[in-house]
Design a protein around this ligand. Structure first.
Ligand SMILES: Cc1cc2nc3c(=O)[nH]c(=O)nc-3n(C[C@H](O)[C@H](O)[C@H](O)COP(=O)(O)OP(=O)(O)OC[C@H]3O[C@@H](n4cnc5c(N)ncnc54)[C@H](O)[C@@H]3O)c2cc1C
Length: 467
């Protein structure tokens, strides 16, 4: 009987793979790990860009501090002193409605109280109390309209533009808000279910944690994967420029074939975006084939614009524009309001997002055209008296996985896979969520399965809605 050369092989050194590795090392210091990464550096979709005193992001701009796994990882990475926070209670958010920016309160009840929709539309929201659960796998748009009425569609659109750069006519409610869907089915009404939950929490003496804070690092989000990778690199546990081509089961574990080599591990973790792991999994004859061969993705570009202090950028986190407004940019982050050192003295930084699921054609434009169109669009929403003194277009190579029709079947296939294959672990971008906090939770679940050799019951989670 041959022994695998490593305890655990992890494919992908993005945030997910690095998180699995650091959780494992933290809990079992002697474990032998090998991370295989096709790129020349760690981080995958997370990378910061610094130029002329501006600091912008290729991908993630931050994560909310309400996730234990992410907080633990910041500690493990030794980055606590570098954390920067922008609390949601101070950094207000805007939605573009009827051609201007409207301040949005941060909770659904407050949104309903605010003068954003007519009184009749507010009354319509209460119809949720009498509506039967909508059968099938409805889109977010159909579900929101059915339960709460048409008037809430622009708000739902803004939320899912902000998180997925997605299209609410294609994202499905079961995929993006499984917890809320469970409440709807259990209580027969979302509002009733939420009230019930709030009452139980109060009875049990659970304190409200208040609104979370957007979290990043002084040198940008790129510090997070780099901080996690440092000790793994020092121990020569990450092999860069190494693309995994094939995986196959062997006695006592898995074999991984790269462009030049092959390695064996007792456990194999695929910490990859769904569309990078599906071909590897499909290539294994002994596994039940996945129910789909790829997930749609939304590509976006970030247009970073620097302005002098003459520009009157409203104070806050940023804004989002629902499709009904027909704007060029999906929205923009007021980056130097949240994190003042992101622009040189006397200057401000805006980061606008363009493209998304609905407008991939806009990414065909060259950089000058994109900058021009974004400046024109933003100039109609805020006072930008002079053209930008700095402009850079960042075009991340990968897209954001879209959780659309058929996604629940994919997750159910993965649940069965984990139950049948105790030493194969699939996590990463698009597997049960798309955000950083989803990735760190999934990474902890994979690490726990490896440490305990036990498959845990997957639970759906009730998430807060933040614009
Ligand atoms: C434009 C954009 C904006 C975002 N904004 C936010 C945000 O503001 N907040 C938030 O919470 N989340 C955000 N996200 C999501 C967040 O970035 C992801 O959740 C997270 O980075 C995913 O990490 P991962 O390691 O799972 O995947 P990835 O970061 O994609 O890493 C996977 C790694 O695997 C490597 N790889 C792929 N195939 C192979 C192979 N065959 N062999 C070896 N290596 C391979 C890749 O090179 C990569 O390094 C954003 C994402 C994008 C794209």
């Amino acid at each position: 009987m041959t022994s695998p050369t490593h305890d655990v092989i992890i494919v992908g050194a993005g945030l997910s793979g690095l998180s699995v590795a650091r959780f494992l090392r933290d809990k079992r210091p002697g474990i032998s790990l090998l991370l295989l990464e096709k790129n020349t550096h760690p981080g995958g979709a997370i990378s910061s860009h610094s130029e002329e005193g501006y600091l912008a992001e290729w991908g993630a701009h931050g994560f909310l501090d309400n996730c234990l796994e992410s907080r633990v990882l910041v500690h493990i990475a030794g980055l606590k002193q570098e954390v920067e926070k922008a609390p949601l209670k101070d950094f207000v958010r805007y939605v573009c409605l009827d051609g201007s920016l409207k301040l949005i309160p941060q909770s659904p009840p407050k949104i309903i109280k605010a003068p954003l929709v007519p009184f009749s539309a507010k009354l319509r929201v209460l119809a949720d109390l009498w509506k039967k659960p909508l059968p099938g796998e409805p889109t977010v748009a159909d579900w929101v309209e059915y339960r709460f009425g048409k008037a809430l569609l622009p708000f739902a659109d803004a939320v899912f533009t902000g998180t997925y750069a997605g299209d609410i006519n294609r994202l499905t409610i079961d995929s993006v808000m499984a917890g809320v869907r469970d409440i709807e089915k259990e209580s027969g009404s979302v509002l009733r279910g939420l009230w019930k939950k709030a009452r139980t929490k109060k009875k049990e003496g659970e304190k409200s944690t208040g609104l979370p804070a957007m979290t990043s690092f002084r040198a940008g989000m790129g510090r997070f994967p780099q901080g996690l990778a440092n000790t793994l690199e020092a121990n020569r546990e990450i092999m860069y420029r190494t693309s995994v081509k094939k995986i196959s089961p062997v006695e006592n574990g898995w074999q991984v074939t790269t462009d030049q080599n092959s390695f064996t591990g007792r456990h194999l973790v695929l910490a990859l975006p769904v569309n990078a792991s599906l071909p590897l999994l499909t290539g294994v004859d002994t596994l039940t084939p996945p129910p789909m061969d790829h997930l749609a993705e939304a590509r976006i570009a970030t247009v970073a614009l620097g302005f002098t202090e003459q520009a009157n950028i409203p104070f806050g986190f940023g804004y989002l524009a629902p499709e009904s407004e027909q704007r060029f940019a999906l929205g923009a982050l007021f980056s130097s309001h949240m994190f003042p050192d992101r622009a040189p003295a006397g200057h401000q930084l805006l980061e606008a997002l363009v493209g998304g699921r609905r407008h991939p054609e806009r990414l065909e434009m060259d950089d000058d055209e994109l900058i021009h169109e974004v400046y024109r669009d933003l100039g109609r929403l805020m006072d930008l008296p002079t053209p930008p003194s700095f402009a850079r277009v960042l075009r991340p190579p990968g897209g954001i996985p879209q959780l659309e029709s058929g996604y629940p079947a994919l997750l159910s296939w993965r649940r069965n896979l984990h139950a049948e294959q105790q030493n194969l672990h699939v996590c990463g971008f698009g597997w049960k969520g798309i955000g950083i906090n989803d990735m760190t939770k999934e990474a902890w679940s994979a690490a726990k399965r490896i440490l305990t050799d036990q498959v845990e019951q997957e639970r759906t989670e009730l998430r807060g809605i933040y614009f």
